[in-house]
Ligand binder design. Sequence first.
Ligand code: HEC
Length: 270
Amino acid sequence: MKTIIKLFSASAFVLALNSCGGVPEEKTADAGEEKAFAVAEVLEMVAKENDVTRTLYTKAIVGGGKKQGMKFDEDWRKDDVEAGPLPALFLRGIATSIRKSPVPLGLYLGSDFPVNAANKFEGKQAELFTQIKKDQKPQFFYDEGQKLHTAMFADLASAGACVSCHNKHPQTSKSDWVLGDVMGATTWQYPKDSLTYKETVAVLNSYSQGTVDIYMEYLDEIKAFEESEKPEIGDKWPAEGNYLPTPEVFLDSVRKLSSYETMKHLVAAK
Ligand code: HEC
């Protein structure tokens, strides 16, 4: 029973991670030293968080925001473009933030028919992606060349906006995507085959921190808007009007939608 209590408080601690710091300090000195999770399990947990984050951003921010006249663009970072990041670039922002963190987690979004040719799967990943398209099941392998444990998860056309934007994009290599299609896959990499509790928490935290970082970059862009009407940043969402949630409100919704699954894994660990 004691262990359970400890694990519960540890997962509550993951879920309560705060949005402005990096990796929080351990509360108990002895916690998390032994190997608790296989790398595949951890990558599955973080991929689940990513699904929720990605769908929430695409539907509630991009989908909802467009209805309010907000713009989202590939060139969102350019000074003369007053827009927010497209979903794929939001994900890349998260990946960039993780890469700059001390956590050795890699994240990449690819496809067999990409909009951006640089996102085309090659080699082993291309091979496994054909299988993912058939059964939508995750694929795991050890990349001998890079010496990295690699997991791939289907990236589904979960919102109408995914399909319509890709189909009519001038650089698209496929224009008949339909809702529910496997449009690509997220590839996750980590150097070790198992992780301690502490390392697992660090992976999950670096993902959340990545979300906050790219979202804050978006809000910073908005501050610099000169022509466009600026949405009000607070606790409301675009569905209610010209509003955007703060990073805390956004992350809070991600947690509400995904944390139960993540917690189940963390609690079942020992
Ligand atoms: C408003 C336009 C737009 C929306 C909405 C959009 N995408 Fe994309 N997507 C792009 C663009 C542009 C790229 C290429 C970005 C880059 O890497 O330069 C991209 C990249 C991707 C990639 C990487 C492979 C590629 O095509 O380059 C995948 C996979 C992908 N998107 C899937 C999705 C899914 C799934 C959704 C919905 C959850 C979605 N996209 C929503 C425009 C969009």
